[in-house]
Write a protein that binds this ligand. Structure first.
Ligand SMILES: *[C@@H]1O[C@H](CO)[C@@H](O)[C@H](O)[C@H]1NC(C)=O
Ligand SMILES: *[C@@H]1O[C@H](CO)[C@@H](O)[C@H](O)[C@H]1NC(C)=O
Ligand SMILES: *[C@@H]1O[C@H](CO)[C@@H](O)[C@H](O)[C@H]1NC(C)=O
Length: 230
């Protein structure tokens, strides 16, 4: 299963190489800075580093950056699934197993969501990108929340990876703000409402919820969790 997913990822990456590099000008440092200035400040360095260091970036347009970030999210979701499988193999605690199985199911659906986002980015359907990314990310957050239910046993063992997925969501939303018309009128002339404004609010809400979740975990567990300090 893991190797099947790995080879799929390889195919995706080859496809990205074929699709991205034609047409308008490449995304430059200024554009990446602009994109990363819109994510929460604590994520700036990760955003800048991730976009800069991807070998496909120098030749990619801003649409290409959207495809790259979606592809990197697919990789992250795949790695998270592999980790969940590893924890499932080791765990003998029925409560943890049940929560891990719930995560496994959620992340399998998140994989489809991010794959759909990736496809939509190739088709310049950025409203669909936003909707798929939002759906996939919330499935990851549901996994995290599954571990916070009553009968607290432990924090989600993939919590860090879920936080990273939320960071990618912010990066992708920020990139789509460069691509979606800010007046809410799509390129096909259909009014979609004020999508950009709505999604800014949504990003802030997601982060507020997550920050709350981190605080709650710290209260339950006493000492701060590694990597959760802002
Ligand atoms: C973003 O990363 C690049 C490459 O590491 C670096 O040269 C640049 O200074 C960074 N930008 C900011 C604003 O930190
Ligand atoms: C599972 O257990 C093996 C053997 O104890 C260990 O090497 C491995 O790191 C564990 N994997 C996870 C994901 O905990
Ligand atoms: C690509 O976008 C066009 C126009 O929005 C749409 O009709 C078509 O179904 C899309 N194709 C895919 C594969 O999503």
């Amino acid at each position: 299963m893991a190797s099947l997913r790995s080879s799929m990822a390889f195919v995706l990456h080859v496809l990205v190489f074929c699709f991205l590099f034609h047409g308008s000008s490449a995304a430059d440092q200024e554009q990446i800075t602009k994109v990363c200035n819109r994510v929460p400040p604590k994520d700036f360095t990760f955003c800048n580093k991730t976009l800069f260091e991807d070998p496909r970036t120098p030749a990619a347009t801003i649409q290409g950056l959207c495809t790259i970030a979606s592809g990197l999210s697919i990789d992250l979701v795949r790695d998270t699934i592999d980790n969940i499988d590893g924890f499932l193999r080791n765990s003998t605690d029925p409560v943890i197993n049940e929560r891990l199985e719930y995560c496994r199911k959620n992340y399998a659906s998140a994989y489809d969501d991010f794959y759909n986002a990736w496809k939509a980015s190739l088709n310049n359907s950025f409203v669909d990108v936003v909707n798929s990314v939002r759906s996939g990310t919330s499935r990851g957050i549901d996994c995290l929340n599954g571990f916070r239910k009553r009968q607290f046993v432990e924090t989600s063992p993939v919590a860090e990876m879920t936080y990273e997925l939320v960071t990618f969501e912010g990066i992708i939303f920020s990139i789509t703000q460069e691509l979606l018309p800010s007046n809410g009128i799509s390129e096909h002339g259909t009014s979609r409402g004020s999508l950009v404004g709505t999604h800014m609010i949504y990003i802030l809400q997601t982060h507020t919820t997550l920050d709350g979740a981190k605080r709650t975990l710290q209260e339950i567990e006493g000492p701060p969790l590694l990597g959760l300090e802002e």
